[in-house]
Design a protein around this ligand. Structure first.
Ligand SMILES: [Zn+2]
Length: 106
């Protein structure tokens, strides 16, 4: 499949190079095919920078989401720290198994 696309692009590039009036000049596709005439370069870099902006935007959104998750986690930890520590006979319970035993007592 990829080879077919490559083959097609090569053929179109040849067409474009042999015909300066080819309709594909000045399109992003012309640029993708490998034509670097002024018109295709302009079209290609325009598309590229638009795509690049989109990628940067997505990366920023991901980064923000990750930061938000960290903030949420920290808030959760602080909230847990404010809550009274689980105790058995006045001793702070630290292991999960002990917590289960504590629940049994109650
Ligand atoms: Zn071109």
């Amino acid at each position: 499949m990829a080879t077919l696309v490559k083959e097609l692009r090569k053929r179109w590039l040849e067409e474009m190079q042999s015909n300066p009036d080819d309709k594909k000049h000045g399109t992003a596709y012309g640029y993708t095919c490998g034509c670097r005439c002024d018109k295709c370069s302009e079209a290609g870099t325009g598309t590229y920078s638009k795509r690049r902006t989109k990628v940067l935007q997505l990366q920023e959104e991901k980064r923000q989401a990750m930061l938000q998750r960290r903030v949420d986690k920290l808030e959760e930890l602080f909230t847990a720290a404010e809550a009274p520590l689980p105790r058995i006979n006045g001793k702070v319970v630290v292991c999960p198994k002990a917590k289960i035993e504590r629940n049994k007592d109650v």
